[in-house]
Design a protein around this ligand. Structure first.
Ligand code: GLN
Length: 199
């Protein structure tokens, strides 16, 4: 049976993730109410604006149930703002910005700076196979530090920013600085659906 994967629909590019998840073999659903967390096997936190997402999650009573679901082992995947929402530590966040947390990494918001607000770059992500992955970065965060247990899945490998970590996984949590949901390449979503299946 297709795993049921929710997309947190507080804010952000929900529709694109639902479409990518469906193509990757999941049965995807937009999560608008806390009760829906009971009916899903995994959750995607979309790209968008993490400060707004944090604010809405607190306002709508989502933050605690999300932390509980994560602590109970629900696999979660965050892209861009979603990566920030899963990180234990944020740099250049808002003072009142909270995260779901669980991923033992340091993330810097809007890290690539003004001049390169948005860019595309092929990435080598061995866990997804040999073909380069089209990295779409939009006011993206980067991963500044990871705990030893965290697996680095991908780094920028050319240019000034070579070595920068942009994809990580640890204990059922997956995060990318970039937006695979905007590319038509469903390998990241398929990888996450597999994590949900194998949980
Ligand atoms: N800069 C945004 C933030 O801090 C993330 C941008 C994105 O998700 N495309 O949340």
């Amino acid at each position: 049976m297709a795993p049921r994967v929710g997309v947190l629909a507080l804010q952000g590019d929900v529709r694109e993730h639902i479409s990518a998840l469906d193509q990757a073999g999941a049965s995807a659903v937009a999560v608008r109410g806390v009760d829906q967390l009971r009916d899903i096997d995994g959750l995607v936190i979309p790209g968008g604006e993490s400060t707004t997402m944090s604010k809405l999650a607190l306002r709508d009573g989502f933050m605690k149930p999300l932390r509980e679901a994560r602590a109970a082992g629900m696999p979660m995947y965050g892209s861009c703002a979603g990566m920030i929402m899963l990180a234990d530590r944020i740099h250049d966040g808002r003072a009142d910005q909270e995260t779901i947390g669980g991923l033992d990494i340091d993330v810097r918001r809007n890290a690539f700076g003004r001049q390169v607000d948005s860019f595309e770059m092929d990435l080598l992500i061995p866990a997804l196979g040999q073909a380069p992955f089209p990295g779409v970065f939009i006011r993206a965060p980067w991963v500044e530090a990871v705990a030893p247990a965290v697996t680095v899945l991908g780094r920028i490998d050319v240019g000034e920013r070579a070595g920068t970590i942009v994809a990580v996984e640890h204990a059922g949590l997956l995060a990318t600085s970039f937006h695979p949901e905007l590319t038509g390449d469903t390998r990241v979503h398929a990888y996450f659906v597999e994590m949900v299946r194998n949980r």
